[in-house]
Design a protein around this ligand. Structure first.
Ligand code: HEC
Length: 165
């Protein structure tokens, strides 16, 4: 019966573990659902969530929400290029998302391979952004096609101007 004494600390430990599991979890609005792009989910949680939040809702002063625009970009050829360019070269300067200005800097992720970047974007577009089934998942070749260009985050912002939904 001495074990009663341990119930509270154990409950606290369990609650803490639960909180950590939630923080590290799939990050979708409904964490119980398995992500459609599990590899992309893993990459997103380790490379992107610290700025954009585990569910892509954004963090004030750090990064904007990416739950609606990327899914819309993925429906057009230039929008898909924009997604690849943003990850390969970063993005900086004033941008507007849902009538709000963000003037921050996103680093590039060119160190990640094409398949990982495509999967990460697919997690953003489909799992977080709920793009419709008519939108095709991004392929590694679409990322590869944009590599090795003389582009920087300012140029990526210029390209974005023609797209904003
Ligand atoms: C260090 C913080 C940081 C990290 C890490 C980061 N981002 Fe960003 N991201 C930003 C910022 C800041 C912006 C907006 C830049 C600006 O204001 O011009 C942005 C913008 C974006 C955009 C453009 C949204 C639009 O409407 O055009 C996408 C897409 C994006 N991030 C996806 C990702 C993905 C995917 C990852 C992980 C591979 C990632 N980000 C990692 C900070 C970050």
């Amino acid at each position: 019966m001495t074990s009663r004494r341990h119930e509270r600390p154990l409950a606290i430990a369990a609650a803490t573990a639960g909180a950590i599991a939630l923080t590290l979890g799939a990050g979708t609005a409904a964490p119980a659902d398995a992500p459609a792009f599990p590899q992309g989910s893993t990459s997103f949680q380790s490379n992107c969530a610290m700025c954009h939040g585990t569910a892509g809702a954004g963090v004030p002063g750090l990064a904007p929400p990416i739950t609606s625009y990327p899914a819309r970009y993925a429906a057009s050829a230039e929008g898909r290029r924009q997604l690849a360019l943003t990850l390969l070269y970063g993005l900086f300067g004033d941008i507007v998302i849902d009538d709000k200005h963000y003037d921050l800097r996103m680093p590039d992720f060119a160190r990640l391979d094409d398949a990982t970047l495509a999967a990460t974007l697919n997690f953003v577009v489909f799992d977080l952004g709920h793009a419709p089934a008519s939108v095709k998942p991004l392929e590694a070749a679409e990322i590869g096609a944009e590599r090795g260009k003389s582009v920087d985050g300012a140029a990526v912002r210029e390209h974005r101007k023609g797209l904003v939904p």
